[in-house]
Design a protein around this ligand. Structure first.
Ligand code: F6R
Length: 612
């Protein structure tokens, strides 16, 4: 969702802001704008559409400024247009604000401000903040940080806000409540941004701003206060991601690059998880043996793709650790009365660590006494910071909006959790645990093998590019994989796609099958559960009604009746979720290309969903 950048230093603010916005493009947006810290009146330019529209309208007549704020907007209040794009200014054009989140009481604020003579230019919730801050700024004798603290007390909702004023243009003030904001510490320059990718090229030193904290940056200083104005000490951390990792590296799209990075991402996430006594290592959990033995249940909270990883977690943890697992969409969880207590372990899965629904659900769970373990890919993001423990996945920066490598590493993380809990509870033998871990160690090479043989799948995909609907069928872990395959296709190809449990087919979905409907059947699981026979019957059922069937199957399974068979290497059933997903990612990617869609930034989507 909205991307935010602030820069103050010695260099060209325009260059730093545009470059920062380019690196935040992956978050998803529909308009972009900048405000430059020019004296007397700020220079503001904003345009609907892609960043290139803003760059074109900036042309060459850009004032020489060394500070400014920039924004990519994902529309909530008011459609994507030049006027609704950020920054928003006060009536004198001296103060500008950018915002990520939602100001819930904007209508009240707006009518109060209008009654006091402010005129509005847009339909956004954000513009109210610009006018409000402008009034308060005068009352606080030009102290922008004090004005911001007072403004925040009057706002309801979630927000990251940055503000700049032409009276003191080298000062940028930011605040965050429930939306992300990080500070980049440079030499003679400082940055503010939604995430570190905006400034990673210039500095590796960062500070994550806490909830309700107000930050002021100048070229030579950074200060952070609470909402009462009390100075807060802050801790910097080093960004371990390489700026190269956030570039395409010769691939046509970030998504393709990320698909091919999966073997490494899995290997990195597994690194150090098997100790020298051949035991699973998960020191991050910080639970005693007694606490683990006393766990009554596990609740997994997540959204979208991460939720699908949660569904796989249920299969793995229940089988290995013998603890009941519930998996819940984070957005639903806190709006019922879930039964959780001190004996509940909540696992919050999130690539970005900023998903608002997951964050709110984990806060709710914590308030009920549950212990929260985050599985997260983004260092120092909000979800791990608010959790009791965190298991980081090591996928590296995921730039494409559609999640690929993060998903596979989430699967690895939940397998590690399952095996660790089984080990501590003593419900699986050390030999069995090690055997599974060794099989996990082979997954990077197996994913590599799949990626080496995807060429025929590419052509096959294109032959289905005019279909209107694609159905995915799976049983056991094939079911969450089917859901994930369908989600990827919806996101990227803008096609109707649905995943079903094979057993549900005859309870309704079979009515969707028409002559030529593509059905992808996920049939990966060796002979462990004898489910391949059942899936083969499902294949016959859809075939008999005219479907074109593509089967994803483990090497040694005899498949009859399919139109196409995509082979994947053998592995224990539970681990097959990793392997069976890969062809579906490639399928969705190729379909997006065939249909001429924007692969890395699909329409209407945002990478980091920071509003509920
Ligand atoms: C799908 C996708 C989304 C995310 C979801 C949760 O490709 O990327 O469905 O999985 O928005 O995001 P995180 O994992 O950042 O909480």
């Amino acid at each position: 969702m909205c991307g935010i950048v602030g820069y103050t230093g010695r260099h060209s603010a325009t260059e730093h802001l545009i470059e920062g916005l380019r690196r935040l493009e992956y978050r998803g947006y529909d308009s972009a704008g900048i405000a430059l810290g020019t004296p007397k009146k700020l220079f503001v330019e904003k345009r609907a559409g892609k960043l290139i529209n803003l760059e074109n309208s900036l042309g060459k007549a850009i004032p020489d400024a060394h500070s400014g704020i920039g924004h990519t907007r994902w529309a909530t209040h008011g459609g994507p247009s030049d006027k609704n794009a950020h920054p928003h200014c006060d009536n004198e054009g001296k103060l500008a604000v950018i915002h990520n989140g939602i100001i819930e009481n904007y209508a009240e604020l707006r009518s109060d401000l209008e009654s006091r003579g402010h005129t509005f230019d847009s339909e956004t919730d954000t513009e109210s903040v610009a006018h409000l801050l402008s009034e308060l700024h005068k009352g606080h004798k030009g102290d922008l940080a004090s004005a911001m603290r007072e403004a925040v007390a009057l706002l309801r909702g979630s927000f990251t806000l940055l503000a700049i004023h032409s009276d003191n243009p080298e000062v940028i003030v930011g605040v965050r409540r429930n939306s992300p904001l990080v500070v980049g510490l440079g030499e003679g320059e400082n940055f503010l941004a939604s995430d570190v990718s905006a400034f990673i090229e210039y500095t590796k030193r960062a500070v994550a701003l806490g909830q309700d904290e107000v930050v002021t940056i100048t070229p030579s200083s950074v200060s952070i206060t609470d909402l009462k104005g009390r100075d807060l000490a802050f801790k910097e951390y080093e960004i371990t991601w390489d700026s190269k990792a956030a570039e395409k590296g010769g691939f046509t799209h970030f998504m393709l690059k990320e698909i091919f990075e999966q073997p490494k991402a899995i290997a990195d996430t597994l690194l150090g998880r098997l100790g020298d006594k051949n035991q699973i290592v998960l020191d991050e959990l910080h639970l005693t043996k007694e606490e683990i033995k006393g766990l009554a249940k596990i609740v997994v909270l997540a959204c979208g793709t991460a939720y699908h990883a949660g569904l796989v977690a249920k299969y793995a943890i229940e089988k290995w650790a013998k603890i009941p697992v519930e998996v819940e969409l984070a957005s639903e969880f806190r709006y019922r009365d879930p039964i959780i207590d001190k004996q509940t372990l909540v696992i919050a899965i999130s690539q970005s660590g900023e998903t608002m629904d997951t964050l709110m659900a984990l806060r709710y769970a914590k308030a009920q006494g549950a212990r929260v373990l985050a599985v997260c890919n983004t260092n120092s993001s909000t979800i791990p910071r608010e959790s009791d423990a965190v298991l980081y996945t090591h996928a590296g920066p995921e730039i494409a909006v559609a999640s690929t490598k993060a998903f596979l590493t989430q699967l690895i993380a939940v397998y590690v959790i399952g095996l660790y809990l089984a080990q501590v509870r003593g419900v699986m033998s050390g030999d069995d645990i090690r055997k599974i871990f060794n099989e996990m160690d082979e997954l990077p090479a197996k994913v590599e093998q799949i990626l080496e043989t995807v060429e025929p799948l590419r052509e096959l995909t294109r032959s289905f590019s005019q279909s209107t609907s694609v159905l995915f069928l799976g049983r056991h872990i094939g079911f969450p994989v089917a859901l994930e395959g369908a989600l990827k296709l919806k996101e990227l190809a803008y096609m109707h796609a649905e995943g079903f449990a094979g057993g549900e087919l005859k309870h309704g979905p079979i009515a969707l099958i028409e002559e030529g409907t593509p059905v992808i059947a996920i049939l990966p699981f060796g002979h462990e559960y004898s489910l391949d026979e059942k899936m083969l019957s499902n294949i016959q059922e859809v075939k008999a009604r005219g479907a074109k069937v593509i089967v994803i199957a483990q090497e040694d399974i005899v498949v009859q009746g399919a139109d196409h068979v995509i082979r994947i290497p053998g592995a224990p059933a539970l681990l097959q979720a990793v392997l069976a997903t890969v062809p579906l990612q490639v399928f969705a990617y190729e379909m997006a290309i065939a249909r001429g869609n924007d692969v890395d930034q699909p329409r209407n989507l945002a990478k980091s969903v920071t509003v509920e």
